[in-house]
Ligand binder design. Structure first.
Ligand code: RIB
Ligand code: CA
Length: 314
């Protein structure tokens, strides 16, 4: 079995499920988290940055650099989501003030420097709007050769959450998403097709709490209003832990069913602006395929992984 760690840089808009993704990534011996860059999305950048610093520090990983990125999308005005993640961005969870400070470099410069200096390719794991990643690829295209692939949370082949066809991360910055999907860098798209199957029921949340750990307590608290919103406003019997699926793909791709496709971002449509248009047709030009689109997951194993991650933080 390959015990070599996978070098990754996460890009987050912390948010409740971003926090769980960070907790999962930092608990995994399989991952070498070289840094975390932050973007505006679920909340304004000041809040997503503060939340990311708070989570990294509270869970004992102040060694991981956190760099601040874009405070707004490339073209649109920022659309934040306090209805889902609360005014703070972490629901009703409250963490101590972080003792750590942001990295001296901005997110895009940090990404460029870290990629340039790395003696191995790095996997990028963006789980928010793709503004930082689009700026990196546009300003410093030479770093593409140092990117192993992009394993992202966003989009959806057959569903949306902002409307019938558009997912939040794509909705916030469709132009950035188009730049990333057209970049030629290989993408694993963990969209709503798989993440809406990656939910935690109340029973699952109580399992996290029952670990008796700081991570279990945090998740149970953060999931409070998040769970209510999903159970009251979606077909789910629990809350979708979207961003943790991108990290799960890196750790256990065998738990996830995925198909290659050609994915294009619609940035011209009236009703479909921000849609990830996924072409799976057997007779498509497969040489134009740019992404592996995730469609299903072993939910039980996913939840067990979250429980195991909480147990790491005794
Ligand atoms: O649509 C779900 C995505 O939007 C997740 O990344 C969540 O954190 C929000 O950013
Ligand atoms: Ca997110």
């Amino acid at each position: 079995m390959d015990t070599k760690k996978i070098p990754v840089i996460m890009d987050v808009d912390t948010g409740i499920d971003d926090a769980v993704a960070i907790i999962l990534a930092l608990s995994s011996p399989q991952l070498d988290v070289r840094g975390i860059t932050v973007v505006a999305g679920n909340q304004t950048l000041d809040k997503t940055l503060h939340n990311t610093l708070s989570v990294v520090d509270y869970f004992g990983r102040g060694d991981v650099p956190v760099a601040a990125g874009a405070d707004r999308p490339l073209v649109k005005a920022l659309y934040a989501d306090p209805a889902t993640h609360g005014e703070s961005g972490l629901g009703t969870a409250r963490l101590p003030q972080p003792a750590i400070k942001p990295h001296s470099l901005d997110a895009v410069s940090f990404l460029r420097d870290t990629l340039e200096k790395s003696d191995e390719k790095i996997t990028l794991v963006p789980v928010g709007p793709l503004t930082n990643i689009a700026l990196l690829l546009s300003c410093y295209p030479h770093v593409k050769e140092k990117i192993e692939r992009i394993v992202m949370m966003g989009g959806g082949a057959f569903e949306g959450n902002m409307n019938a066809v558009c997912e939040f991360n794509m909705f916030v910055d469709p132009e950035a998403a188009q730049i990333v999907f057209d970049s030629g860098v290989d993408i694993v798209m963990c969209g709503l097709d798989v993440t809406m199957k990656s939910y935690t029921t109340m029973e699952d949340i109580l399992r996290l709490k029952a670990t008796g750990t700081k991570a279990g307590d945090f998740c149970a608290e953060a999931f409070g209003v998040y769970y209510d919103r999903y159970v009251n406003n979606s077909r789910l019997p629990g809350c979708a832990v979207h961003d943790a699926v991108a990290v799960t793909y890196l750790l256990h791709p065998e738990w996830i069913r995925a198909e290659r496709a050609n994915v294009k971002l619609d940035i011209d449509g009236r009703e479909t602006y921000g849609q990830t248009v996924c072409d799976f047709r057997p007779d498509r030009d497969k040489t134009a395929d740019n992404a592996l689109v995730c469609l299903d997951i072993d939910r039980e194993k996913f939840v067990d992984l979250l429980v195991k991650a909480c147990q790491y933080y005794k």
